[in-house]
Design a protein around this ligand. Sequence first.
Ligand code: GUN
Length: 296
Amino acid sequence: MTQIISGKEISEEIRSELKERVDALREEGGLVPGLAVVLVGEDPASQMYVGMKNRAAEALGIHSRQLTLPADTPEDELLGVVEGLNADPEIHGILVQLPLPDHIDEAKVIEAIDPAKDVDGFHPISVGRLQTGSGDFFAPATPAGVVEMLLRSGHDPAGKHVVVVGRSNIVGKPAAALLLRKAPGGNATVTVAHSRTPDLGAVTRTADILVVAMGRPESIGADMVAEGAVVIDVGTNRVDDASRERGYRVCGDVLFDEVKEKAAAISPVPGGVGPMTITMLLSNTVKSAETAAAEG
Ligand code: GUN
């Protein structure tokens, strides 16, 4: 029987642990962790994610402050908002929802966030510390969620050959770095492949653990997966489906039904990595608040 790695269930387990830590912060020092989510514009997908993040935070007792700015907000004004949040003692985590409108330099905004509040882990200081294994940093939520799913489902990546398919700054690259480092959840032999890798199947078939984050719907079939592999599908794609009332369905980058027959374990979409991303963001926010409490 193939093991289904439910990010939904693992998320619930982690969120109940987080709730205890939030309760302890409040009871011991009167501190409420605060997360600020900044949304520029009205992209419906971003609005949906931001709403989900807010609700999940509030459910744990984390104060969630949403700042919604118009799509034509000047870059300077957004940088000013970030500066204000950096200085605000009630805020322990800052997230600027990406993508930003074209007239705003994303890198400049990310670099304006105080690394101590960079719960997305996108600041170059966070990225650098992940790579060098030095100092405190926040790991980006989606790849941290992938690692947590592997550990909690009994598939420690240590000593395994992990193939990561995808090279984005948000998932592929940080996933490879986390899996490679000399730390719990790491110590894997890591290969990074991507959409331009010739004969991708020849590479993916060598994986003990296959992490797919390519953003191409249902592009990994059973012929690309070794018998007994563990497969984590990071893809979240909307594809047209006239048979559904809403006109689309959500699917991963992996052809779930056929790969399930070959894999030892596989994560579904939806209900896989998706819920873990929000959970790990909340985990980073709680960690940041604990650090603030310890520093007084
Ligand atoms: N857009 C898509 N994923 C993410 C994420 O993890 N963080 C932010 N800030 N924006 C995103």
